[in-house]
Design a protein around this ligand. Structure first.
Ligand code: UDX
Length: 438
């Protein structure tokens, strides 16, 4: 008999997981305490932008396999319960806020069937899974708990969920592993690597992976600083070191650095947890990774100041991009928006364009000006900042838009534009980690 699954928490991770699991043929019920979210999802609408997800969600709801509820007891008939709630950074420190994970466990515990399995997917500090397993078995001795971290990237959430590059399962019993093998049978048939681990290792895999990615980005941004000081070009440097397969060319895009709902909070939570465990020194370098990342935002503001004679008051600046990365409407810890807010606070007259993230950006920074039109954004600008590398910005014809601006100066905060094209069209071109071109 096919397993029945439940998904607790229908945010980014949970909504995607629920729709993808239903598409594999499982009966899935998604739960959230947010009635608005559940209502939206039940209508086949996704409350955020993610390519391909809405089509998948609608098809699964229509098939009758996917349902949503705000009543936890409706999950009682499921065999496996995935916890997909958020673990944001606490407001008064670096640690992760485990309120939602704890309450999800408390809510589901007594509804787990004998022999049923709770599977954590949220990113948590190491040690959480063991504690939750103990608590679960205090409430319901017939239930077990496993940890199965998720590595999905925004913008590729469906692809990453259906075709993950590995599956990591933290389990205590063979029985738990076998249940998870049944859930992921399709991936196993496709030879997706399967890593069985204990609970702490499974939790650590996720934070270690994100710490490595953050370190790689900060490494190249540190090289950008050295290139700036020495007249080198970080884009050429990245290309050259990336050919070494031990290094690899991905995640070596220098620019204004990483943001979003994962990397920044995960490295901070990792540092906080390592300190609690007495292993502070081991991840001390992540402090530097964080500092390099935040410094990139200041370095680009310095470039802006240089071009505007250190006086931003009243200067009209056009910004291309607000999302923390392209193909996403997520503005959580977006380097682009942080820069916008800072230059506006210094007196600049800032107009921001983004193809998908304006509504979210407006909620966070209601004081900024937004425009849905690239041309309108550029109109009369004294400086243009390219801060999120959406494809549409690479398709801009610099010769055509030159007539719109007051001064043809562009700063490419993502090293993604074709410098020669812009320079040929008569623009002054600046970028992080490369010398200026007139
Ligand atoms: C990340 C991890 O990649 C994913 O595995 C994990 O599950 C969640 O966190 P995501 O937050 O969606 O995913 O974004 P990612 O694609 O990793 O990019 C993170 C940030 O790094 C973005 O702000 C991006 O612009 C920036 N970045 C990425 C760079 O600045 N340079 C790069 O070379 C790559």
């Amino acid at each position: 008999m096919t397993l029945k699954l439940s998904v607790i928490g229908t945010g980014y991770l949970g909504a995607t997981h629920a729709a993808c699991m239903a598409s594999l043929g499982f009966e899935v019920i998604g739960f959230d305490t947010d009635a608005n979210k559940i209502q939206t999802l039940s209508k086949g609408k996704v409350p955020f932008y993610e390519p391909d997800l809405e089509e998948l969600l609608t098809a699964q709801i229509d098939s009758g396999r996917l349902k949503f509820t705000t009543q936890i007891e409706d999950l009682g008939s499921a065999d496996v319960h995935f916890i997909c709630v958020g673990t944001p950074q606490v407001s008064n420190g670096n640690a992760a806020d485990l309120t939602y994970v704890n309450s999800a466990l408390e809510a589901i515990a007594k509804f787990v069937k004998p022999g049923g399995l709770v599977v954590g997917k949220s990113t948590v500090p190491v040690g959480t899974a063991s504690r939750l397993r103990q608590r679960l078995q205090e409430i319901n001795s017939g239930a077990d708990l496993a940890w199965n971290p998720e590595f999905l990237r925004e913008g590729f959430a469906v692809e990453d969920t259906l075709k993950p590059n590995r599956l990591v399962v933290g389990v205590v019993s063979d029985k738990a592993e076998n249940i998870l093998k049944e859930v992921y049978a399709t991936n196993l048939k496709e030879n997706t690597p399967w890593v069985r681990a204990d609970l702490p290792t499974a939790e650590l895999v996720k934070v270690a992976a994100n710490s490595f990615l953050a370190t790689k980005i900060s490494f190249i941004n540190a090289m950008a600083e050295v290139c700036e000081a020495s007249g080198g070009d970080v884009t050429v440097l990245a290309k050259a070191i990336g050919y070494d397969p031990r290094i690899g060319s991905r995640f070596l895009q220098a620019g204004i650095g990483f943001g979003g709902g994962c990397l920044p909070k995960d490295i901070r939570a990792f540092m906080a947890r390592a300190e609690e465990l007495g292993a502070k020194q081991a991840v001390e370098f992540l402090k530097e990774v964080d500092a390099i990342n935040l410094r990139a935002r200041q370095r680009i503001i310095e470039l802006v100041r240089k071009d505007l004679s250190n006086d931003l008051v009243g200067k009209k600046i056009a910004v291309l991009g607000a999302a923390f990365k392209p193909d996403s409407d997520d503005v959580r810890d977006s380097p682009a928006l942080d820069i916008c807010a800072q230059i506006q606070a210094a007196g600049a007259d800032v107009t921001v364009h983004d193809p998908k993230a304006i509504a979210n950006a407006q909620k966070r920074f209601p004081g900024l000006k937004f425009s849905e039109e690239i041309n309108q954004t550029l109109q009369d600008a004294e400086l243009v900042l390219h801060l999120t590398e959406w494809k549409i910005y690479r398709e801009i014809n610099p010769a055509q838009v030159k007539a719109l601006v007051k001064k043809a100066i562009i700063i490419d905060g993502r090293n993604a534009l074709d410098r020669d094209l812009w320079v040929k069209a008569g623009w002054k071109f600046r970028a992080l980690g490369r010398s200026s071109h007139e």
